[in-house]
Design a protein around this ligand. Structure first.
Ligand SMILES: N[C@@H](CCC(=O)N[C@@H](CS)C(=O)NCC(=O)O)C(=O)O
Length: 310
């Protein structure tokens, strides 16, 4: 059986979501640390151009986006589940809202000057400048826009007060039992907790803080280090997993075998080109051949990713 390989870096909130998901499932995994800004030649040898963090690799199968990584981990180990029975729409819907709306509030709060000054205190000025430039370009061409700081500050107390009230009345987790919604909200709070400037956005709400600590308590599972060149070698020597069997007809007429581009809708919209191998309700799979990684199957969530003819 192929190992689970997470391509990530320590300071990425969505990577923290993936690490906590691995911890919740009690899984062992290999850790490949990737750069936090472009270029990322070893990552894109596997993905074909997708540059966001995290990415999960299982042999020659590459899973982009934490929403699909959650589904792949669920397939790896179904219990405990991210999608409590009878709450499939609510858990995935709330997770998707938290990953976008809640997260973009935190991005504005974290990118405020006082917070950046602390985060970059030990980073050489050129590296800090390069990071800020990378992230400005990252939002070009997608549907998401950066929230003005004033609006994020204005709306944050509403979001946290609602969360605080629900947690006080309704138990330990958002849907009563743990679900993907908890992990999608927790990584945003983790992001804010990283410096004393933004930690009060969480700490001022005791029930929220206790819930966040409950989720952090799941830990990260058992990780061992791996180099990016070893990961590429693993892909090269592996055969992609059999495709899922699912009858689905594409509403826009995309046919299997067609050459397509797949890109995120919101931000970080760099397209990945390949042959459309699978097109289902939750997942799109492209086949691509890479000079270093060989034949790989690159998987994307359907929701939040668009298909274009090439
Ligand atoms: N929808 C994506 C969002 C991932 C995301 O925005 N990741 C950030 C880091 S937390 C990123 O890719 N930043 C740019 C980079 O790492 O190059 C997911 O759920 O995985």
């Amino acid at each position: 059986m192929s190992a689970l390989i997470l391509h990530h870096y320590p300071t990425s909130p969505f990577a923290e979501k993936a690490r906590l998901m691995l911890g919740f499932k009690g899984l062992s995994w290999r850790s490949v640390v990737i750069p936090s800004i472009l270029p990322k030649p070893d990552l894109t040898a596997l993905t074909g151009g997708y540059r966001k963090t995290p990415v999960l690799q299982v042999g020659a199968d590459i899973y982009c986006d934490s929403a699909l990584i959650a589904r792949r981990l669920e397939a790896e180990k179904s219990s405990p589940s991210f999608y409590p029975e009878g709450q499939e729409f609510t858990s995935a819907g709330l997770a998707s809202w938290a990953d976008s709306v809640l997260f973009l509030h935190a991005v504005s709060l974290v990118f405020q000057p006082a917070s950046l000054a602390v985060r970059f205190a030990k980073v050489p000025p050129d590296a800090a400048k390069a990071f800020v430039a990378d992230r400005s370009a990252f939002f070009e061409g997608g549907s998401a826009t950066r929230l003005p700081l004033e609006l994020a500050q204005h709306q944050w107390p509403t979001l946290m007060s609602r969360l605080q009230t629900q947690l006080e009345r309704n138990g330990d987790f958002l849907l009563g039992v743990p679900s993907i919604a908890d992990f999608s909200a927790a990584h945003t709070l983790w992001f804010l907790k990283q410096t004393p400037v933004t930690a009060p956005y969480v700490d001022d709400y005791p029930a929220v803080l206790a819930w966040y600590q409950r989720l952090s308590g799941f830990g990260h599972g058992a990780a061992s280090e791996q180099s990016s060149t070893e990961a590429i070698e693993i892909a090269r020597n592996a055969t992609p997993a059999p495709l899922p069997g699912e009858a689905f007809s594409d509403p826009n007429g995309f046919a299997l075998g067609e050459r397509v581009g797949v890109s995120a809708v919101d931000y970080g919209v760099d397209p990945v080109e390949g042959e459309l191998l699978f097109n289902g309700r939750e997942e799109i799979i492209l086949r691509r051949e890479d000079p270093r990684a060989g034949i790989v199957h690159v998987h994307f969530p359907r929701y939040g990713f668009r298909l274009d003819k090439r």
